[in-house]
Ligand binder design. Structure first.
Ligand code: SF4
Length: 201
């Protein structure tokens, strides 16, 4: 039986593990650094967790490869089972981004969450979730809403936890582990914005 007193892995995290005892969680990882803390927390709690990489939104291709290798390093360091889907379906992503304009992030979450939920179910997991929930730079409420709606549609519940207060701790953990720390969210538009913002400030 896991109880909160047993959880001392990361200071200050208040999480009720009891509903997840003996359950399997499928964790979509948007990148190694964002997954560093959620993986530690779930592992320390003794929760059975499989990691998954599917991020065809990353631009350019070499960046996609760097992030994938960073994910692999994380999974192997944690000694957690993992799956990698390295399809680089950038045309489909770009078409969606152009059609959606300012709402492209919604489509970007959907592409990844739908695939994560589908594979989680195939793998016989009880819940699925995403490391996107740790980033203060993402549209957190949209991720939660979409995660729950997709889970309902595909018949696998979405594990929700607000990891955002621990974002800095997670980044520090990632640095300690030697993970590649990216400088922009992922798509070509976010890479452009990184430089545009610098020019304006
Ligand atoms: S900014 Fe990030 S979340 Fe939004 S579309 Fe680009 S890669 Fe996806």
């Amino acid at each position: 039986m896991i109880d909160q007193l047993q959880y001392e892995g990361i200071a200050g995290i208040d999480f009720d593990f009891v509903p997840y005892e003996e359950k399997k969680i499928f964790l979509h990882c948007c990148c190694g650094p964002c997954a560093a803390l959620p993986t530690k927390m779930l592992q320390d709690a003794g929760i059975d967790c499989t990691l998954y990489y599917y991020n065809p939104n990353i631009h350019p291709y070499q960046e996609f490869q760097h992030r994938l290798e960073s994910f692999r390093l994380l999974a192997e360091t944690r000694q957690m089972p993992y799956l990698i889907d390295d399809r680089y379906t950038i045309e489909e992503f770009l078409q969606m981004a152009l059609e959606k304009g300012g709402n492209r992030c919604e489509g970007c979450y959907r592409i990844r969450l739908e695939e994560a939920a589908r594979v989680a179910k195939e793998q016989g997991c009880d819940f699925y979730t995403t490391s996107l929930l740790i980033s203060p730079y993402q549209r957190h409420d949209v991720i939660k809403e979409q995660g729950e709606a997709i889970g309902k549609k595909l018949g696998i519940p979405f594990f929700y936890f607000d990891f955002r207060p621990y974002f800095r701790q997670g980044q520090a953990l990632a640095r300690e582990m030697g993970l590649y720390m990216q400088k922009y969210c992922g798509c070509i538009l976010s890479e452009r914005d990184r430089y545009e913002k610098k020019k304006k400030s």
